[in-house]
Design a protein. Structure first.
Length: 142
């Protein structure tokens, strides 16, 4: 049996970054624990002070197939290129002749959601766009 994983991002604004990635991947924000209508209600109940409420946020694949993404607040800013990045495969289910236009359209949608397009690349018959999320974490859109 394989071991499950979650992918954790350091962040300045965990909730904002979680919302971006939920939009990018078609994920949902993780709902609060059973018995609570909101994360704020849960945080108050367990004694988390208001200034710490945005210390973590998470998103989930609504179909349960993809990994959970966790965003945790850290004091330091991102300083270098990622050594690991996500490949967001938006074009794999699209016919090959339409793939580039589909990837370009998805890049525009993510720019509107707060991403930055860094560069487009084409190599060995593959086309992708290197992007950065709102906090500068690089990812590839292909």
């Amino acid at each position: 049996m394989a071991t499950g994983v979650q992918i954790t991002f350091d962040a300045a604004d965990p909730d904002g970054l979680a919302r971006f990635w939920a939009t990018a991947l078609g994920y949902i924000l993780q709902p609060p624990p059973e018995g609570y209508d909101s994360w704020e209600e849960w945080a108050t109940d367990v004694g988390i002070p208001p200034e710490e409420e945005n210390s973590m946020s998470a998103v989930l694949d609504p179909d349960g197939a993809g990994p959970r993404l966790l965003f945790q607040r850290v004091p330091e800013a991102k300083t270098a290129k990622n050594r690991v990045h996500l490949d967001v495969n938006v074009g794999k289910a699209v016919p090959e002749r339409q793939r580039r236009a589909h990837v370009d359209a998805e890049a525009e949608r993510l720019v509107e959601a707060g991403a930055t397009q860094l560069r487009a690349a084409e190599e060995r018959g593959e086309y992708w766009i290197v992007m950065a999320d709102p906090e500068g974490n690089e990812f590839c859109l292909q």
